[in-house]
Design a protein. Structure first.
Length: 261
């Protein structure tokens, strides 16, 4: 691939690294296509348990490439719709991937870069990282990333970020729920490694079931259909081979078969 690399370690962690450091890993049509292909590849690879998304150079991702946006501004509405649908499909691939996804963030995460972070299950950043939902400064709006930003930080904070387009630091991003952990720059890789280890300790089918179930749950009253959905889900999963192995490993005080430990 021209815009990224994929490396799978011995434990089954796939590291997808965006490699356009000369433009702070801003994405264009090609990077969107290659990221989508990379996530699909990792999803289909039985040897991959966790996906880590990162950026090479000084930044995670500065969002949309300016040259790409310039071309989009001159293109037809139909062409822009096709472009937007491709980016929406990438974010959906990340969010709905049955395997845990983890964003490793340093430097800048702007516009669509924030969207990539919010589409991942877990986002960890170095303390020097800066974030901005910056589209309004260009006379456009964060439409495709909007649902993922809202899911991460809530409607009111998402509206504030989008309307002002102001940059915020990693500490504030952690406070509002955009991030799960902030560490010193020198500790970022070690922190990512700890998160990967924690994720690898869980059953892979259980994690896929968690993501599928939680995607159907909304904040609010727990209705009868929701209660039935949860009851049927746990009944089905509890009788699986993975569940039997998990309980057997716990009783025997040994690592489960899926654990790399």
């Amino acid at each position: 691939m021209e815009t990224l690399t994929i490396a799978v370690d011995a434990r089954g962690a796939a590291h997808i690294t965006m490699t356009r450091p000369e433009v702070f890993n801003a994405f264009n049509e090609l990077m969107i296509a290659e990221l989508t292909q990379a996530v699909q590849h990792c999803r289909a690879d039985p040897g991959v348990r966790v996906i880590v998304l990162a950026g090479a150079g000084k930044a995670f991702s500065a969002g949309a490439d300016i040259d790409w946006m310039r071309r989009a501004a001159a293109a037809s509405e139909a062409a822009n719709l096709a472009d937007a649908r491709r980016f929406a499909a990438l974010l959906q691939q990340l969010a709905e991937c049955p395997k845990p996804t983890l964003a490793r963030i340093h430097g800048l995460a702007l516009g669509g870069g924030v969207g990539l972070a919010c589409a991942c299950d877990i986002a960890v950043a170095s303390s020097e990282a800066k974030f901005a939902v910056s589209e309004a400064r260009f006379g456009i709006l964060p439409a495709v990333i909007g649902p993922y930003v809202v899911n991460a930080v809530g409607t009111r904070q998402a509206r504030r970020l989008a309307l002002t387009a102001n940059r915020i630091g990693a500490g504030e991003a952690l406070q509002i729920g955009l991030l799960h952990q902030v560490v010193a720059p020198a500790e970022l890789d070690a922190a990512i490694d700890r998160w990967v280890s924690d994720l690898l300790a869980g059953g892979p089918r259980a994690q896929a079931e968690i993501k599928a179930l939680f995607a159907q749950l909304q904040v609010g009253p727990v209705t009868e259909p929701v209660r039935e959905l949860t009851a049927q889900t746990i009944a089905r999963v509890r009788s699986s081979d993975e569940a039997r192995e998990g309980f057997a490993a716990f009783v025997a005080k040994r690592p489960a078969a899926w654990s790399p430990l």
